[in-house]
Design a protein around this ligand. Structure first.
Ligand SMILES: *Cc1c(COP(=O)(O)O)cnc(C)c1O
Length: 354
């Protein structure tokens, strides 16, 4: 990777070991259940998350969609946060493809939804006006809030609300391994309280493609049929699963480095006049920051100059906000280069106007 690409952890290339494992993977037709490498990946994911079964899906978006379709009927309602990936960034698939109504709740500053608000949002089925509440979805780490990890106690508390109300609980755990790493807990402390969990292997875990959806055998049997319906039945997918096995076995154990690098980046950016950020939010692999209004440079120009002159790529987040995400291909030295680049760009513009 030549550029210092901080736009996301989705930009990660597979590691050399992954490419070798992919080249040598034993394969079969996975729609017939014949791919030994996919079967091994699914067994591994189920074991690590403490679920009976798992399903290899094409993306996190597909994993969430399949979970929603498997838990809900058309016209049912799911409760999720106003800033959840499912509500904002999954093309409205729950509504468009599942006929599922999304009731969105505000996100609190710590990335949780308020438990009383969840309780109050559950529909009273004695009233014929209402759709049927079927499911709650939580997201961990919380992407729109700087990748903050949510505690096992929150998962358990939401679980208790779901049990009271007879609801399913789905975890969008795209970066659940980052959460477990940051909290220094076994992933099962986060997955035990939920009925289903999806996690991405194609983000910080470096696999080129895919996500895993995990849950009970009965749920995964249904999910497997739905995956075929939405076009996610893949054939010699063992080529991809081979990388996924390394994602889980190897890459999950090194995410702490990315978190250290994010902290290094945040502390570096925090020293630069003209940039503002909330250091307390930097707990996993993301740094959200903003360009001060006093800087005579548009957000787009700042981004473009960094890319053109320094080969540093950052993710615009609307207004004067940006996101930078650390990952396997961002060493500590590259973090320093990125900080230096941003400092120089801002020094150049402020000198010109001084
Ligand atoms: C990335 C992401 C997804 C979706 O994953 P894709 O593989 O990009 O479809 C879902 N939820 C969250 C919180 C994510 O960050």
């Amino acid at each position: 990777m030549d550029s210092i690409d901080l736009r996301s952890d989705t930009v990660t290339w597979p590691t050399p070991d992954m490419r070798e494992a992919m080249a040598n993977a034993a394969v079969g037709d996975d729609v017939h259940g014949d791919d030994p490498t996919v079967n091994a990946l699914e067994a591994l994911a189920a074991e690590r998350t403490g679920k009976e079964a798992a399903l290899f899906v094409t993306s996190g978006t597909q994993g969430n969609l399949i979970a929603i379709l498997a838990h809900c009927n058309r016209g049912d309602e799911m409760i999720c946060s106003r800033y959840s990936h499912t509500f904002i960034d999954e093309v409205g698939g729950a509504a468009a493809l599942g006929g599922v109504n999304m009731l969105t709740l505000p996100l609190q500053p710590d990335g949780t939804m308020n438990l009383d608000e969840i309780r109050d949002a559950v529909r009273d089925l004695r009233d014929v006006h209402y759709p049927v509440t079927r499911m709650v979805e939580i997201e961990n780490t919380c992407g729109k809030l700087g990748g903050v990890p949510l505690l096992p106690a929150y998962h358990q508390a939401v679980r208790a609300v779901c049990e009271e109300a007879g609801l399913k609980l789905h975890l969008d755990g795209a970066r659940i391994w980052n959460a477990a790493t940051a909290l220094n807990v076994d992933i099962r402390e986060l997955t035990d309280p939920v009925d289903s969990v999806s996690f991405c292997i194609s983000k910080g875990l470096c696999a080129p493609v895919g996500a895993l959806l995990c849950g009970s055998q009965e749920f995964i049997d249904r999910a497997r049929r739905i995956r075929k319906m939405v076009g996610g039945g893949m054939r010699q997918a063992g080529i991809l699963a081979a990388a996924g096995i390394l994602s889980i076995e190897v890459m999950t154990t090194r995410l702490g480095e990315d978190h250290v690098h994010a902290r290094q980046l945040a502390e570096g950016l925090n020293q630069i006049p003209g940039l503002t950020l909330d250091l307390a939010q930097v707990q996993t692999n993301m740094v959200f920051f903003a360009l001060d209004d006093s800087i005579p440079l548009s957000a787009e120009d700042f981004r473009a100059i960094l890319e053109r002159d320094y080969n540093v790529k950052i993710d615009p987040r609307g207004g004067r906000k940006f996101r930078a995400v650390t990952h396997y291909w961002i060493s500590s030295a590259r973090v320093d280069e990125a900080v230096k680049a941003m400092r120089e760009v801002l020094e150049r513009v402020t000198e010109h106007t001084a």
